[in-house]
Design a protein around this ligand. Structure first.
Ligand code: HXC
Length: 259
């Protein structure tokens, strides 16, 4: 059991993590991040879980890194302890798909955490932003890179240089969110439904698909396409590919495959 998280399995093969530090609007303190890493690691190593949803409350996905914890940090302490470094392991070790369901405030580190997921869903009233400029600093957990890739340089510059917010509706129009829902509950339910759908497919293929899409963020088009082809070729060695294509060929596309 966790102090700052609620963890459940709302559907078969789906893990749900809800940030639960209501008094501080889910501000991402080091203890909270440590728990989050641990919960993700537990789902990652549980073969009964195939997809994960991360959400917050209706009021706040997360209002940022914990300002009270950071305010007196020195350069030496930040650099020496690799402050925030542990956040990046959230994405590098997680091989299973992660859907972030964003309601309420997703500011600073909260916005950055939301963008670390594989698929981002939001409700209309969500509030995204990188307000670090107002605190005399800049994004430190990938916001300047991921927001720019998601919505383009000019919009990201405006957001990061002025600290202006982006609504859930706008996030959908700009491609930051894959889908936008009317209400927070619909957003979480939608994320769980998508996770359940993904969990129903071949887990080998899902893992490979996530890996190749993520490579597109790092490689040039030529190396990326070549990497994709290698992985694609490799899947001909899997039982699931034989099951999937064999079942289609024998029984038609509506055949239900038990992976
Ligand atoms: C610590 C926080 C916090 C934060 C809110 N709280 N955000 N504590 N760190 N990031 C606390 C408040 O101090 C307050 O505690 C309680 O949560 C409720 O917040 P209020 O401000 O009273 O709520 P409200 O008036 O509804 O305003 C909501 C808000 C505002 C607009 C989201 O809280 C806000 O501006 N928060 C800071 C947002 C921000 O600047 N985020 C970026 C952080 S820097 P008390 O004890 O007073 O009741 C960052 C850098 C990332 O994330 C770099 C790498 C990770």
């Amino acid at each position: 059991s966790y102090e700052f998280l609620l963890v459940s399995e709302p559907k078969p093969k789906v893990g749900l993590i809800q940030l639960n530090r209501p008094k501080a609007l889910n501000a991402l303190s080091t203890p909270l991040i440590t728990e989050l890493n641990s919960a993700l690691q537990t789902f990652q190593s549980n073969p009964a879980i195939s997809a994960i949803v991360l959400t917050g409350s209706e009021k706040a996905f997360a209002a940022g890194a914990d300002i009270k914890e950071m305010k007196d940090l020195s350069f030496s302490a930040a650099y020496g302890s690799d402050f925030i470094e542990s956040w990046s392991s959230l994405i590098t070790f997680l091989k299973k798909p992660l859907i972030t369901a964003v309601n309420g405030y997703a500011l600073g580190g909260g916005c950055e955490l939301a963008m670390m997921g594989d698929i981002l869903y939001a409700s209309k009233g969500a509030v995204f932003g990188q307000p670090e400029i107002k605190l005399g600093t800049i994004p430190g957990a990938g916001g300047s890179q991921r927001l720019t890739r998601a919505i383009g340089k000019s919009r990201a510059m405006e957001c990061i240089l002025t600290g202006s917010n982006i609504s859930g509706t706008q996030a959908g129009e700009w491609g930051l969110a894959a889908r936008v829902f009317e209400t927070p509950q619909e957003c979480v339910d939608g994320a769980v439904a998508t996770a359940e759908k993904i969990a129903g497919f071949s887990q080998i293929a899902v893992k490979a698909a996530k890996e190749v899409v993520n490579k597109s963020q790092e490689l040039g088009i030529r190396e990326g396409v070549e990497f994709e082809r290698r992985v694609f070729h490799g899947l001909f060695g899997s039982r699931d590919q034989k099951l999937g294509m064999g079942s289609f060929a024998e029984k038609g596309p509506k055949a239900k495959v038990e992976w």
